[in-house]
Write a protein that binds this ligand. Structure first.
Ligand code: UGA
Length: 429
């Protein structure tokens, strides 16, 4: 079976390369020619553990090629749409890249006799596949979905920084199909890919599949905001420790232990965007998204808790030297989209602090954004040197290994605001 992935972001590239690694013939189509050039040389444009190794392997076995031209995907049996769906100013999603991809896939399919399958992996609001995607594909291909063209929805649940592992070991596969054949073809494809270890697979209609993706992300985002609100209450309750509380509630099977890490809130390209998008979608239907708005509100304020704590600990921040450890929105990625570190840095600058930052992977991305507004260190030790206080904004393992003595030795005073609960407070005090 020949596969095409349209859009080589972290989802498209990771899934494409994993499929190629397991023996499928895969073509990746991407509009950004610089990206294609890099990928073709075996360089992953995003930092993602294990990805580059698999990419090099797939290229060397000639199982994967990247191209800017849809013509190179003409022989594909299945086209996965993996383009981005960024936010519009009102929070709704911009579907222009999805529409563009459908047009090009349709034109490519117009030249082909065979019945191909198109699977939407991009996160799109419920109803998009039945309407916009179907219409664009049919217009451009002159084919009819359900007759000489298959269409389905196949949301992805990959985490950045763990995308390769998540591709090989997902909790579940969700496939939405309104017409009956695309879903069967994808099920067969995944059976080949996973063999005896095929994860539980749910087949439903396209609208439910689209909604499952949003609902999964807003549930997870809500857990984070909820535990953060509990943490804020604990902070003002003598004797209360949210970590102990999270451990205790996580033992209830109905709640479970995951995604209860309180801290500076969620960032990244998914949760902030998806909570906003589902809220905008709800409003368009006349539903007041009270919960979703609260989830966002808690998250918007959470990074500033670190600044409040800094003020409590060192007094007026003006003229102080602040060290920020961690810039990426989470460890094992260089992605800084919606990273809490950026909100914190901007607030520190407003307060008149001098900021020095260090990150094992994301420094260059922040330098491109903030230039010389802040200073960049080459190591954690250099970052905290002579600092009045330090905020840990990302839980990189490298920071976990820093011993309390290091802070005591290098900082003016060892004031560490551990925004990601990396350290044991008893050991550091
Ligand atoms: C998220 C989902 O976890 C994936 O299932 C989904 O496929 C993806 O969005 C997407 O829509 O494409 P991702 O944004 O890569 O994945 O990262 P997560 O590991 O979910 O973390 C998101 C944010 O929540 C991070 O800023 C992280 O630090 C924060 N977080 C996570 C917490 O603050 N507390 C937690 O307990 C867990």
């Amino acid at each position: 079976m020949k596969l095409a992935f349209i859009g080589l972001g972290y989802v498209g590239l990771t899934t494409a390369v994993c499929m190629a690694y397991r023996g499928f013939d895969v073509v990746g189509v991407e509009v950004d020619d610089e990206k294609v050039e890099k990928i073709s040389r075996g360089i992953a444009p995003v930092k993602e553990p294990k990805l580059e190794k698999l990419l090099k392997y797939a290229l060397s076995r000639k199982k994967f090629t990247a191209s800017t031209s849809y013509r190179d995907a003409v022989k594909a049996d299945v086209f996965f749409i993996t383009v981005g769906t960024p936010s519009k100013p009102d929070g709704g999603i911009d579907l222009s890249r999805v529409a563009e991809a459908c047009k090009h896939i349709g034109e490519t399919l117009a030249t082909q006799e065979k019945v191909a399958t198109v699977a939407v992996k991009s996160t799109v609001v419920p109803g998009t596949t039945r309407t916009l995607v179907k219409q664009k594909l049919e217009e451009a291909s002159q084919k009819k979905v359900g007759m000489d063209l298959n269409l389905c929805v196949n949301p992805e649940f990959l985490r950045e920084g763990a995308a390769v592992d998540d591709t090989f070991h997902p909790d579940r596969i969700v496939i939405g199909d309104d017409w009956g054949r695309g879903g069967k073809i994808l099920t067969r494809l995944y059976k080949k890919f996973y063999g005896r270890k095929t994860p539980p697979t749910m087949i439903t209609n396209t609208v439910n599949a689209e909604m499952i993706k949003y609902a999964s992300n807003v549930f997870l985002a809500a857990r984070i905001s909820l535990i953060n609100e509990v943490a804020n209450i604990c902070q003002r309750t003598p004797g209360a420790d949210v970590e102990e509380v999270a451990k205790g509630i996580g033992m209830d099977r109905r709640i479970g232990p995951h995604f209860l890490r309180a801290g500076l809130g969620y960032g990244g390209s998914c949760f902030p965007k998806d909570v906003k998008a589902l809220a905008a979608f709800a409003k368009s239907l006349g539903v007041e998204p009270c919960m979703l708005e609260s989830v966002q509100k808690v998250n918007d304020n959470q990074p500033y808790k670190a600044i409040e704590l800094a003020e409590r600990l060192v007094g007026n921040l003006h003229g102080r030297k602040a060290a920020v450890l961690g810039l990426s929105f989470k460890p094992n990625t260089d992605d800084i989209r919606e990273a809490v570190s950026l909100k914190i840095i901007n607030k520190l600058l407003e307060h008149g602090c001098t900021v020095v930052a260090y990150d094992p992977a994301a420094t260059e991305n922040v330098r491109r954004l903030l230039g010389n507004k802040i200073n960049y260190a080459e190591s954690a030790e250099e970052c905290i040197k002579n600092a009045d206080f330090c905020i840990v904004a990302t839980e990189w393992d490298e920071f976990r290994r820093l011993k309390p003595e290091v802070f005591k030795k290098h900082m003016k005073k060892p004031v560490v605001i551990d925004g990601r609960r990396v350290y044991d407070p008893a050991a550091i005090s």
